[in-house]
Design a protein around this ligand. Structure first.
Ligand SMILES: *Cc1c(COP(=O)(O)O)cnc(C)c1O
Length: 364
């Protein structure tokens, strides 16, 4: 693989495993056993029905998903879920849905939800610059809320919840776009989970939605077909032309997780080692590299930090790029540096970045 690919620390679309890229390359010309390019295979073919079925099975296996979850592959990204969730679960309700405002992406979800249903923001980290997540005693949940929505990993700021939020009596909805399949989690405790593919599990174009059957049963009638989860559940994610290529690549990633990595426990161990290596590079830098997130809330996926001043940050990014590292510029909303260390980013790549950072600091 090209050195640049293996050193791609982009926040999204993120790096993919080399073995997956090689299979995707071959499929571009000819899918093994089919004889056609993946770009020209009918979404109504048996082959594609089997891809969807195997992918669904792999996700169920990786997460030990309870039976009553539907596994859907939708379009419109996580952003479309920002509207579909309130349209399905809160429209017309008198009690507002609870939202936790923990960073950039939960902020976006709140803006969109506001257009569809009554909502209430039960905590916002805005006044503290989204440097930390709420403690449990700061969260007064409403027992009457139709659901609670939060983002498990704030991709921009690099904040990740280490616990499940909310009351067991209120349906939990979670945007897991940037940490889905990075570690095991207890799906039993959620009503709806969504994650677009392009951070951690595939290319852009497909969003995985795990939704309980009882959520679909209680959905209002009269939603546009495309925005009604029931349409997609009935059609096995084949209502209109789905992104066949993106779904196929997510299948390859789940095979990689099951066969090469050995499951989500193993994946979590690797991700922890990577994050530990990078955070110790920050902590051992005598204040040269300063992490943005409070230590207890640091993300294992996105490591956001600053150097002493914007000028030296620009210099750092230029030197990193010259050394073959890419995707290290912080999100355009907050600047600084962000190293995203999704599943496919190897420990060797993280070690290379750590060595580069030590060297850069010495030379600065
Ligand atoms: C990137 C991101 C989004 C936006 O996803 P789109 O697929 O571009 O709509 C939403 N939520 C989180 C947590 C993200 O990281």
């Amino acid at each position: 693989m090209s050195r640049q690919n293996s050193l791609n620390f982009s926040g999204g679309p993120g790096a993919l495993p080399e073995s997956v890229l090689l299979q995707a390359r071959d499929a571009m010309i000819e899918v093994p056993g089919v004889g056609l390019s993946i770009l020209g295979i009918s979404h109504r073919s048996d082959w594609f029905a089997n891809v969807v079925a195997e992918l669904e099975g792999n996700i169920r296996r990786l997460l030990s998903l309870p039976e009553d979850f539907h596994v859907l592959f939708l379009q419109g990204g996580a952003t479309q879920q920002f509207s579909m969730v309130p349209m399905t679960m809160a429209a017309g309700k008198t009690s507002p849905a609870d939202y936790v405002h923990s960073g950039y992406w939960s902020g976006k979800s709140i803006q969109e939800a506001n257009n569809s249903a009554p909502i209430r923001v039960l905590w916002s980290g805005e006044s503290c610059g989204f440097k930390r997540l709420p403690h449990e005693d700061e969260l007064i949940y409403s027992p009457d809320a139709p659901y609670l929505h939060y983002v498990s990993n704030e991709t921009v700021e690099g904040l990740q919840f280490r616990r499940v939020l909310g009351l067991d009596s209120v349906p939990r909805v979670c945007d897991m776009s940037s940490d889905f399949l990075s570690a095991p989690f207890d799906a039993e405790r959620f009503a709806l989970i969504y994650a677009h593919a392009q951070k951690n599990v595939g290319p852009a174009g497909v969003t995985v939605v795990l939704v309980r059957d009882r959520v679909l049963q209680a959905a209002p009638d009269g939603l546009p077909g495309f925005l009604d989860y029931r349409t997609h559940a009935k059609a096995h994610s084949n209502f209109n032309t789905p992104p066949v290529f993106a779904i196929y690549v997510v299948l390859l990633v789940t095979r990689w997780l099951l066969q090469d990595i050995g499951g989500l426990e193993k994946m979590a161990e690797i991700n922890q080692s990577k994050a530990a290596a990078l955070y110790s590079a920050l902590d051992d830098s005598d204040g040269f590299y300063v992490g943005k997130a409070a230590i207890d809330d640091r993300s294992l996926m996105n490591v956001s930090f600053n150097l002493p001043g914007q000028e030296i940050e620009q210099h750092f990014l230029a030197a990193a790029s010259a050394a073959g590292f890419s995707g290290l510029a912080g999100h355009r909303s907050i600047g600084g540096i962000r190293a995203s260390i999704y599943n496919a980013l190897t420990l060797e790549a993280v070690d290379a970045l750590v060595a580069f950072m030590r060297d850069f600091k010495q030379r600065a």
